[in-house]
Design a protein around this ligand. Structure first.
Ligand SMILES: Cc1ncc(COP(=O)(O)O)c(C=O)c1O
Length: 391
């Protein structure tokens, strides 16, 4: 089988599962306990934190564990809103964020906060002029994703950071859930960023674990209050097996990163170059440095995304409609909608998302199957659409 749905989730790596297993069996104390089992667990917790911090060029105290990307995003957005309420009520984000950001913003709007959604161009990218125009004296947060989960656009994070250097009080948050291990760490961990969200299951760690980078000196309110874990910022007994496993997964991910990124680019390029000239195909992800190496999104006009996904599944090739969140709800992709792609085209979109274990042979196999299926897609397209829409 060929698994091309790594932006939805990744398979836990065997070494990572081994770490999870070992910690569950051997280091099962509560890090807050005073006895030796507690101390042993505490030491492993801090060792994992340090390992993650070192890999990202951060300090140990700047890494805070969460249950994943959704919690990290919710925490930074709402935690900033609560913490900085006295200074302002305006937040800026983009029109193409993951629902974890978008819906947090919408919830804040109901509480009286004001939100500006920056529009995007035909590549799903924000403009720096729009950002500059959006900032107000009351702005408390700018939140921009690193890599779009639906089409792979890389946002101009360095330029956003440059703008925000003139506004030192505004929190700058990056949702890097799709960006880690994809060759853009320097852009993500830039010298102006205050908060960054990461999610373990997107890089071969278990589900339900993640972390945020929180710059020293910055403050957000806790959302989970209780036993005062994570320096009283995020209460709840730590998920130590998953934390240790995630530290291992991050080390494995970042080991030899350039070669892995280069291979994913080659695989993406091979498929992109094959499919792009078919008459019914509209590509959304481009094959250049402005897009992540691992995400390729395109539509086969006149055929629904779900139909395409299931057709490939018959050949044991696993892809998705544009995102795992929208696919079961049969919703048009929010990113493509923000790019003003007509609905009859955006509902025909599919996403291929790679990881460091995919191969060029798999790309060739995909292309062969694509050629076979395309004939069926042509027939389907001519019965469902009088005239294929143009993007
Ligand atoms: C960009 C982005 N942010 C946040 C999330 C949510 O992460 P999690 O599944 O760990 O809650 C996802 C998941 O797909 C994502 O792609």
């Amino acid at each position: 089988m060929i698994y091309f749905d790594n932006s939805a989730t990744t398979q836990s790596a065997p070494d990572v599962v081994a770490t999870y297993d070992k910690v569950s069996h051997q280091i099962w104390g509560n890090p807050s306990s005073l006895h030796q089992f507690g101390e042993q667990a505490f030491n492993l917790l801090e060792q994992s934190r340090k390992q993650i911090a070192d890999l990202l060029g951060a300090s140990q105290s700047e890494i805070l564990f969460t249950s994943g990307g959704t919690e990290g995003d919710n925490w930074v957005v709402k935690g900033t809103a609560i913490e900085k309420r006295a200074f302002g009520n305006h937040l800026v984000t983009t029109a193409v964020e993951h629902p974890a950001i978008h819906n947090s913003m919408e919830q804040l709007k109901q509480l009286g906060y004001e939100v500006t959604y920056l529009p995007v161009d035909e590549h799903g990218r924000i403009s720096i002029d729009d950002l500059k125009a959006a900032i107000r004296p009351t702005t408390i947060l700018v939140s921009v994703m690193a890599v779009n989960n639906e089409i792979g656009t890389i946002q101009p994070l360095t330029e956003v950071a440059d703008v925000l250097k003139d506004y030192p009080k505004i929190h700058f948050h990056i949702d890097a859930v799709q960006g880690i291990g994809k060759g853009i760490q320097d852009m993500i961990m830039n010298d102006r960023v205050d908060y960054v969200t990461f999610s373990g299951h997107k890089f071969h760690a278990p589900r339900g674990i993640g972390f945020i980078y929180a710059r020293r000196g910055r403050k957000i309110a806790p959302l989970l209050t209780g036993g005062e874990q994570e320096r009283n910022l995020r209460s709840g007994t730590e998920n130590l097996p998953a934390i240790a496993a995630m530290a291992k997964a991050l080390r494995l991910l970042l080991d030899n990163e350039p070669a892995k990124v280069d291979m994913q680019r080659q695989i993406k390029e091979r498929i992109y170059n094959h499919v792009k000239d078919f008459p019914l195909v509209t590509t959304f992800s481009e094959d250049n440095d402005g897009f992540a190496p691992h995400i390729l999104c395109f539509a086969i006009r006149g055929v629904r995304g779900e139909t395409i996904v299931h057709a490939f599944e018959e050949h044991q090739i696993y892809i998705s409609t544009t995102s795992a969140c929208s696919s079961k709800k049969h919703l048009a992709s929010s990113t493509l909608t923000a790019m003003r792609i007509p609905e009859d085209v955006s509902t025909s979109a599919i996403r291929i998302s790679l990881d460091e274990h995919n191969t060029l042979a798999e790309a060739d196999e995909f292309n062969t199957v694509f050629d076979q299926l395309y004939k069926q897609f042509e027939k389907l397209s001519s019965t469902t659409a009088d005239e294929p829409a143009k993007a």
